[in-house]
Every structure is written in structure tokens, then in C-alpha cells.
Ligand binder design. Structure first.
Ligand code: MN
Length: 719
């Protein structure tokens, strides 16, 4: 059984400056908190945190991590609080314990590979510090080591989760020994029959195999020594789970006693790896296609090694891995090696160390020049996946989104229609607004209202490309649909004058004919073009109305006819203008006349952008199609501050400009732009762009300025 002193000794070996007293106090605290608690096997509960702390020390983590391991179950299972821990052990330890406690609450229940990968990422994202995930891994390793005492259902559930989530996670982090041990333990509980068979077979053939291993090692050793290559050579069976997987993939039974052997040659220098490889291949014939150079092309988790298979003694196929000591340490410890080794010990610079972990490269990018491993520790405390957020569906699946994503992104990721009809969401059971920013670990449920539709403002709410594309597509379709209906009604209205109906012309194929004549592929396209005014109705009419009827002059265009069509069709929009009985419609203020609240105004329907608002006396008004004219007036409920251009003619006296701006100021009017010029006759022409609430305020301030001595006239501009 592990003793506390073993843990402290191991910690001291890797971190000579760590404080053993802190660890002792954590032990005492944990012992007191768990007093009276026992595990399923009858042992005192304290054995578990102690064992976990030893695994953490084996991973070469620091004192804070070892303390966190000792304390990791106190907040969840005892009366101790995180504040107690913070008060006694400081922020660092408290942060780690809190992180492990939070991970404890997550349950994974999908075997789907993509979901599992997202869950792994979520674990990392939520831990925010790699030490948290490593303490969690250590916790899981000890739990799986002691699964024996649980009932078979629970054994299988934990083993499944471990095999789906934690073993691959250990692999991703490059910690090989944890990965292999987890896999073999889970194998035993998930497939007890196969496990027992395989274990027995391997046991039965042990003597024979060990002799074979010794023989291979001896041959290799002699050969390498002869060429002055210094290396440690070892050989052993691969771990059971990988043999099992291999048998499953190849579809072969267990008939080869030696194919399951893995030999390792550990050299002291990089060049010796390739030298050793040459000697191996000159001793035994290499199996074609089995050589892999992971030194030149490391695996994503940073693993580096040469792999080759050869036909060894007695023509048995054996696998040989060749790597340097440093590569070997990385293979066993993975990401933990980052801070386990002092910089330079294996000739590694901070940059090279960072390069080893392609998976973490994103994170490490900004501290490439890092010299000190403890500094690395500090920086690992930031979000590891700052760009992504991981949330649960109600079924417990995990989905990944860009950071800042909202329930709308979630809805669109499930189904396009669910996105379109999303009207709200419940997150962890609470109703949230659509703008709510999803947090790691949230459980999201979408509220759907049949028949509701996306809004243009949704484009500002969503973050994911998919949701944006879906909303844009919907808006495009909707705009087209609206224009199609405007086009339809326009033609219908014209046809009525000739006592014709669009429906009948359509059925007779006349509309399609006319459309094709104007180079449209379909009736719809033609009608949309009419709506957008790319095609004028009178251009189309001769193709729809028989010439004899067309000769009868039609009645004059009814003013506002278009607006009636429009009103039926345009959606309600926000704005400070009331459009003839419809409030809240999209409005546009053109540059020409700058209407302000109180000005008599008139509106014109634009092509798909809502209504432009002009002053009634704006010179531009005559240029608009009377059919698109709409009656509009100002909303009495709200005032919008609007820009107005004013021109002041005056004498060119110093100080006059100051008096004018003083007048604006005392009337509560802000000036947004000034432009002054002097004429040859010593007159000044001053243009002001000012922001006013309404016409009254504008008139008041103009009157004030007019009274200033030296000002000859004030006028409001309309171009
Ligand atoms: Mn635990």
C-alpha cells in the first residue's frame, strides 16, 4: 500500500523545491474530512485520494496538483467547502479541486465517435488547466483499478466511459502508460470472456516467448555494440487490448506467439536511431510497407519514434520501435513532460517543446519563446480551446460551437426548420433570451413555435457559419417571394383594366410565353423582375393583352395603388415613422432633404429596402413613380434625432462663429459638422450639420441665429 511518504519522496524527486508540508497538511485535511467513510471494499476512503496523489506524482505534476489529488473528493463527498480549501491551501490548490469537482458532475452517454471526441474536448475546455484533467485521469485510473468491488452494471458503465473518453484522452495527451493500463482494465470488464482467453493464451506460452525475447535482444545487442551504437533494448508482449483489436481487425485468431511482441531500442542520440534501424534491417528482412518514420512526421499528440516490422529469428514477424531516451520519456508522459523536465535537459528549447504537441499548438503559439516550465504551467491555466464552446443536447450528446454562439446556433445545428422556428431556449432548465451566450457544459433545449420566422437581426446573433448561411438563404427566399407577390399584384391590377385575369392567362400558358419572350426561365422569375422593377408592366402588357383590347386607352394610374399592394406584403419593421396605418416598417432617410420630426413628409416604396422618407417639398419627389407613393407621418410616441443642414450668411467678423455655436449650444442642439468659407466681398457662408429632435427645435434655433448681429440670413438646405 502507498504511504504518504512515498508520495512526498516522488514529488521531491521531480520538484526539489516543493513544500512537503503543504502536502502533509492536505493529507491531514482529507483524512479528517473523509473520517468514517469507507470504499466498497471496506478500506478507509482515504486510501483512494492517497493512491490518486501517488499517480499524480508519477505523472511528475507539481505540489499543488498532488494536494488537489488528496483533496479531490472532499468538496463533493464531505462537509468541506471550496472556501475552506482556499483558506487553508491557497488559490492554486482550490482552483484545481474546484475544476476536478466540476468534471465529476459530467456524464457521458453516447458511444458515437464524434460525440466522444467533443466530450473529450469539453472536458479539457472545462478544466481550463491541464493539471485538472491530469488529476481527473489519475482519479479515473485508480477507480478503474478498483472496479472489482462494484456491481457488474456499474463496472460496465464506467469501463465503457473510460474506453470511449478517458483512454483516448490519455492518448491525445500522449501519456502512453495511462492509456494502455486503462485499456487493459476496461477490456477485462467489458469483454471478460475474450480477456480471459487471451490472457491465458499469453500466460501458457510465456516461457517459450521469454526465451525468444532474450534471443532477439542478445542478437540486437551484439550487433549494435559491434557498431558502437549505445542503446537500451527491451522486449515484451503488446498490451492485451491492442492484441485484441489487432485480431479483430485482421480477422485472425491468436495463432502467432511472436507477432504480438514489441521490441524497443532506446538510443541516446537522434542519429543513432537511424543507424540502429540500418543494422536491424541488415540483420533481418523488413516487412514491406511496415516502416513508419514518426520522428520526421510526429503523430498529432507529439509521439516520435521509428517503427518497423522484420522477419526475425525462425522467420517470426516482430515489431521494433526505435527512439531516443527523450522521445521515450515524451511517449510515456506526454503533455505532462512539458513541465516535468527542465528546459534544455534533452536539448529541447521551448519552441521545440511546443512543436511536439501539434494538438496544443494553438494554445502554445503565443508563448513559443517560453524558457521556464513553471511559466508554461501558468499559461496553461487559460482556456485551452478559447475558440470553442461545448454544450449538451437534451439527449446528452455534446455539440461544439464557436465561442459566443447562442441558442440559435444550437437550433440550426439540429435542423434548419428548428432554427427558423426557434423562439427561445431553456438552458439548464431556465428560460434564456436568444442572445444568451452558450457556456461550456450547458444543457440546451430549444423552444419552437410553429409558423414563426427568422428576422434579419438574427444574423447579428448567430456565430456559426451554418446558421448564418441558413438565415441568409431564408431571407433571400423571403425577399424573392415578396417581390413575386408584388409583381403578381401589379400585373393583375393592370390586367383588370382590360377585363383579363392573371390566373386564366397563366393557365393558358400566356404568362410563360410572355416571360420566355423577355428571356426569363419561368413565370416566377418574370414576376420577381416586375416586383424589383427590372421589368416594367407596360413592357409586358402587349404580350398578354390582345392588340384590339390594348388599343382602348387604360384608366390613369391610380395614385398609391402600389402602396396598397405593398402594405399587404411588407413585414413589420422597427422605426420612428408610421406608414399609413401600419406602424414599424423599414424606413430609409435619403441625403437629399433630411426630414425632421414635424416636417410634412411623404414615403416611396423602394425596391426591397422598405420606404424612403422625403419632405413633401423635397425637389426629388417629382422624380418618383406615383404608384409607389405612400402616406406616412411621424410617430407621435417617439422622437428620432435627425441631422439637418443649415446655411448661415453673415459678415466675416471674428467671433461671429463663436456666437453662432453658442446659440446652437443653448438651444440644446449638437453640431456634427461645420464648413465655412469667405466670399471676396468679405461675406461668410457657413454650413452647419446639426442634430435636432424635431421641427420646433430647429425653427427655434434658426430664429435665435437670425437675431445675432452680423447674420443676414439663415436657411435650411435641401438639394
Ligand atoms: Mn475520486
Amino acid at each position: 500500500m502507498i504511504r504518504l511518504d512515498d508520495v512526498i519522496e516522488l514529488l521531491g524527486k521531480n520538484h526539489p523545491n516543493s513544500d512537503p508540508d503543504l502536502v502533509r497538511r492536505a493529507y491531514v485535511f482529507s483524512a479528517a474530512a473523509h473520517r468514517g467513510q469507507t470504499r466498497r471494499n471496506g478500506e478507509p476512503y482515504l486510501v483512494h485520494p492517497l493512491e490518486v496523489s501517488h499517480i499524480v506524482a508519477e505523472l511528475r505534476l507539481d505540489a499543488a496538483s498532488v494536494c488537489a489529488a488528496l483533496l479531490h473528493d472532499t468538496v463533493e463527498d464531505t462537509v468541506a467547502t471550496i472556501d475552506d480549501i482556499r483558506a487553508q491551501f491557497g488559490d492554486d490548490v482550490a482552483f484545481l479541486v474546484d475544476g476536478v469537482t466540476k468534471l465529476e458532475k459530467l456524464n457521458f452517454n453516447s458511444a458515437e465517435e464524434a460525440a466522444a471526441e467533443n466530450f473529450r474536448k469539453m472536458l479539457i475546455a472545462m478544466s481550463r488547466d491541464l493539471r485538472v484533467i491530469l488529476v481527473k485521469l489519475a482519479d479515473r485510473l485508480h477507480n478503474v483499478r478498483t472496479l472489482t468491488h462494484l456491481n457488474p452494471d456499474k463496472q460496465r458503465r464506467i469501463a465503457r466511459e473510460t474506453l470511449d473518453i478517458f483512454a483516448p484522452l490519455a492518448n491525445r495527451l500522449g501519456i502512453n502508460w495511462v492509456k494502455t493500463e486503462l485499456e487493459d482494465l476496461c477490456f477485462k470488464y467489458l469483454y471478460p470472456e475474450e480477456y480471459r482467453e487471451l490472457a491465458e493464451l499469453i500466460k501458457k506460452t510465456r516461457r517459450e516467448r521469454e526465451q525468444y525475447i532474450d534471443r532477439v535482444i542478445e542478437v540486437l545487442d551484439t550487433e549494435l555494440k559491434k557498431h558502437d551504437v549505445h542503446a537500451e533494448i527491451s522486449g515484451r508482449p503488446k498490451h492485451l487490448w491492442s492484441i485484441h483489436q489487432k485480431m479483430k481487425i485482421s480477422g485472425q485468431g491468436f495463432d502467432n506467439l511472436f507477432d504480438i511482441l514489441a521490441f524497443r531500442i532506446i538510443t541516446s542520440r537522434l542519429s543513432e536511431c537511424y543507424e540502429a534501424l540500418g543494422h536491424v534491417h541488415s540483420l533481418w528482412k523488413p516487412v514491406p510497407g511496415r516502416f513508419k518514420d514518426y520522428i520526421a512526421l510526429p503523430k498529432p499528440n507529439g509521439y516520435q519514434s521509428l517503427h518497423t516490422s522484420v522477419m526475425g529469428p525462425e522467420s517470426e514477424r516482430i515489431e521494433i520501435q526505435i527512439r531516443t531516451m527523450e522521445m521515450h520519456q515524451f511517449a510515456e508522459l506526454g503533455v505532462a513532460a512539458h513541465w516535468a523536465y527542465k528546459e534544455g535537459q534533452y536539448g529541447l528549447t521551448g519552441k521545440e517543446a511546443a512543436d511536439k504537441f501539434a494538438w496544443l499548438r494553438q494554445l502554445l503559439e503565443w508563448h513559443r519563446d517560453l524558457q521556464d516550465p513553471t511559466e508554461f504551467m501558468e499559461t496553461v491555466k487559460v482556456d485551452l480551446f478559447a475558440d470553442e464552446v461545448y454544450v449538451f443536447t437534451p439527449k446528452g450528446e455534446v455539440k461544439a460551437f464557436p465561442r459566443g454562439a447562442t441558442p440559435l446556433d444550437f437550433a440550426y445545428s439540429v435542423h434548419t426548420d428548428l432554427g427558423h422556428e426557434c423562439t427561445g431556449a431553456r438552458v439548464n432548465g431556465m428560460i434564456v433570451p436568444l442572445r444568451y451566450e452558450l457556456q461550456n457544459g450547458d444543457m440546451v433545449e430549444i423552444i419552437r413555435t410553429a409558423g414563426s420566422k427568422p428576422g434579419r437581426d438574427w444574423l447579428q446573433i448567430v456565430r456559426s457559419g451554418r446558421a448564418k448561411a441558413k438565415i441568409r438563404a431564408w431571407l433571400r427566399l423571403e425577399a424573392r417571394d415578396r417581390m413575386l407577390r408584388i409583381g403578381e399584384e401589379l400585373v393583375e391590377k393592370e390586367l383588370r383594366k382590360y377585363n383579363l385575369s392573371l390566373g386564366k392567362l397563366r393557365k393558358a400558358g400566356k404568362l410563360l410565353e410572355a416571360a420566355q419572350k423577355h428571356r426569363f426561365r419561368s413565370e416566377g422569375e418574370c414576376l420577381v423582375a416586375l416586383g424589383y422593377e427590372k421589368l416594367r408592366v407596360d413592357t409586358l402588357l402587349p404580350d398578354l393583352v390582345p392588340p384590339e383590347r390594348l388599343s382602348t386607352p387604360p384608366a390613369p394610374v391610380q395614385e398609391g395603388a402600389f402602396s396598397k399592394v405593398f402594405k399587404k406584403i411588407m413585414p413589420r419593421r422597427e422605426g420612428g415613422i408610421v406608414v399609413d396605418g401600419m406602424d414599424d416598417i423599414a424606413t430609409v432617410f435619403p441625403k437629399c432633404c433630411s426630414p425632421v420630426h414635424g416636417d410634412p413628409i411623404v414615403g416611396f416604396v423602394t425596391r426591397g429596402r422598405g420606404v424612403t422618407i422625403h419632405r413633401k417639398d423635397c425637389p426629388q419627389v417629382v422624380n418618383y413613380d406615383p404608384a409607389r407613393r405612400m402616406d406616412v407621418h411621424w410617430d407621435t410616441q417617439s422622437r428620432q434625432i435627425r441631422p439637418v443642414e443649415i446655411r448661415v450668411y453673415s459678415v466675416d467678423t471674428p467671433g461671429l462663429l463663436a456666437s453662432i455655436s453658442q446659440s446652437f449650444h443653448s438651444a440644446g442642439v449638437n453640431i456634427s459638422a461645420v464648413n465655412c468659407r469667405t466670399t471676396p466681398e468679405k461675406r461668410a457662408v457657413n454650413n452647419f450639420t446639426v442634430l435636432v429632435n424635431d421641427l420646433d427645435q430647429l425653427k427655434r434655433v434658426m430664429a435665435m441665429i437670425e437675431k445675432i448681429e452680423g447674420v443676414s440670413s439663415v436657411e435650411r438646405l435641401a438639394t
